[in-house]
Design a protein. Structure first.
Length: 193
């Protein structure tokens, strides 16, 4: 039996549903809100590449290396995508990443809610020993948001990847370890309260 099984995670500000091809039109509408693919330091798919991105994530899910979610707001509108990725089941580690939200949902309680749901499932159901977050060194908004969750910066992987525009990406790595989870959980619940 695989370590990661598709699951729906729900809170008062939003829901994480297993990614499905039926979410395509809603994800296209979401990515158009803010034209998120234009940020050079992110890897958000453009509207014409959403279907291929859904297929890519579902293929990685079938291989056991990813568990992708569609993010919905409390009223059921599709707001974006997120995943458990870089899964190391033997070591009970994973990364929460490849996350993006429509511009109108950014800097709302939705992201905090979704991270609380994902972290709770990772630490309390999957019994993870560590959960990572990674972002482009130039994505200062993402770095700030990750630190605000309570994650600690582990370091920077220099020249870690070649970006689609040919530039070299320095990747900033953050993590939350199991022993920190109770405090991080209290912090996130307080922020949502």
């Amino acid at each position: 039996m695989p370590w990661l099984e598709p699951v729906t995670l729900t809170g008062p500000h939003g829901t994480l549903e297993p990614l499905s091809r039926e979410h395509r039109d809603g994800l296209i509408a979401a990515v158009q809100d803010g034209e998120l693919w234009k940020l050079w330091y992110t890897s958000v798919p453009s509207q014409d590449k959403i279907a291929a991105e859904i297929d890519r994530r579902l293929d990685l899910q079938a291989q056991g290396s990813m568990l992708p979610f569609t993010v919905k707001t409390a009223d059921g509108a599709i707001a974006g995508m997120t995943t458990y990725m870089n899964v190391e089941a033997a070591h009970r580690r994973l990364e929460i990443g490849s996350t993006w939200y429509r511009a109108s949902a950014q800097r709302t309680a939705l992201n905090t809610q979704c991270k609380l749901l994902l972290l709770r499932h990772a630490f309390e159901t999957l019994n993870c020993i560590a959960v990572e977050f990674r972002t482009h060194a130039f994505n200062h908004a993402s770095r700030t948001a990750i630190a605000r969750l309570g994650a600690k910066q582990d370091g920077i992987l220099r020249n870690h990847q070649i970006a689609p525009n040919g530039t070299l990406r320095d990747t900033v790595v953050f993590s939350i370890i199991a022993g920190e989870w109770p405090t991080v959980k209290a912090h996130l619940q307080f922020r949502l309260g």
